[in-house]
Design a protein around this ligand. Structure first.
Ligand SMILES: O=P(O)(O)OC[C@H]1O[C@H](OP(=O)(O)OP(=O)(O)O)[C@H](O)[C@@H]1O
Ligand SMILES: Nc1nc2[nH]cnc2c(=O)[nH]1
Length: 185
């Protein structure tokens, strides 16, 4: 096994599981009900924020039983690091947002800079309303705006560096079937 693979296996073996898969799935089901209640008759367009939003979006979408359009965008600011920098757009959506209800789907609201930047961009494109849904909110007071929260939140989790369920550690373990914290971080 290469050193990278051995290191990554050790990361998972030594990590703390903060939320097992069944609890994550229950949270996604609760979110699906709340989103349906709010947006079920608004013909919304949903944007998965790649890459981290992939698994959450996939598991949420099939629980939304109303007409919607599903799209993606790609914006990133961590680049395999454990602290964030400037938000970089990798793929801007090519989609007419004028007058639309928009729901942004992402794995985590940490400082919230990513979701604020994306929400502002959607509003500037003429969206009628922009809502956000995050699987995880990180519990700390360093938000980009005091008290910043998603409109729909699955789980509130302690202030450690998390991976699994879409969140990566150095590009790995987005596929981990639960939410884990790296040992010592
Ligand atoms: O609330 P913030 O502090 O802005 O952090 C949250 C963002 O960080 C992660 O993305 P990242 O930039 O790591 O890109 P990724 O989606 O490719 O993992 C995550 O997917 C969120 O989009
Ligand atoms: N993987 C991962 N990405 C993040 N982006 C912001 N916070 C986190 C985190 O705790 N884990």
């Amino acid at each position: 096994m290469s050193q990278t693979l051995a290191d990554m296996q050790q990361i998972l073996d030594e990590a703390d599981c903060l939320c097992p898969e069944a609890e994550v799935q229950a949270a996604i089901t609760r979110m699906a009900r709340a989103i349906t209640e709010k947006l079920g008759d608004r013909n919304p367009v949903l944007f998965c924020v790649m890459n981290g939003g992939l698994i959450f979006t996939g598991q949420l979408l099939t629980q939304l039983h109303f007409p919607l359009q599903a799209e993606y965008l790609h914006a990133s600011r961590y680049r395999h690091e454990t602290s964030g920098g400037r938000l970089e757009w990798k793929v801007e959506p090519n989609f007419d947002l004028r007058g639309r209800s928009v729901l942004i789907l992402d794995d985590i609201l940490d400082e919230g800079t990513t979701l604020l930047g994306i929400s502002d961009w959607c509003a500037a494109q003429g969206a009628r309303e922009v809502l956000t849904a995050v699987l995880v909110e990180k519990d700390h007071a360093r938000k980009a705006r005091p008290g910043l929260k998603g409109d729909f939140t699955g789980l509130v989790i302690e202030d450690r560096f998390l991976f699994g369920y879409g969140m990566d550690y150095k590009g790995y373990w987005r596929n981990a079937p639960g939410i884990y914290a790296v040992k010592g971080l």
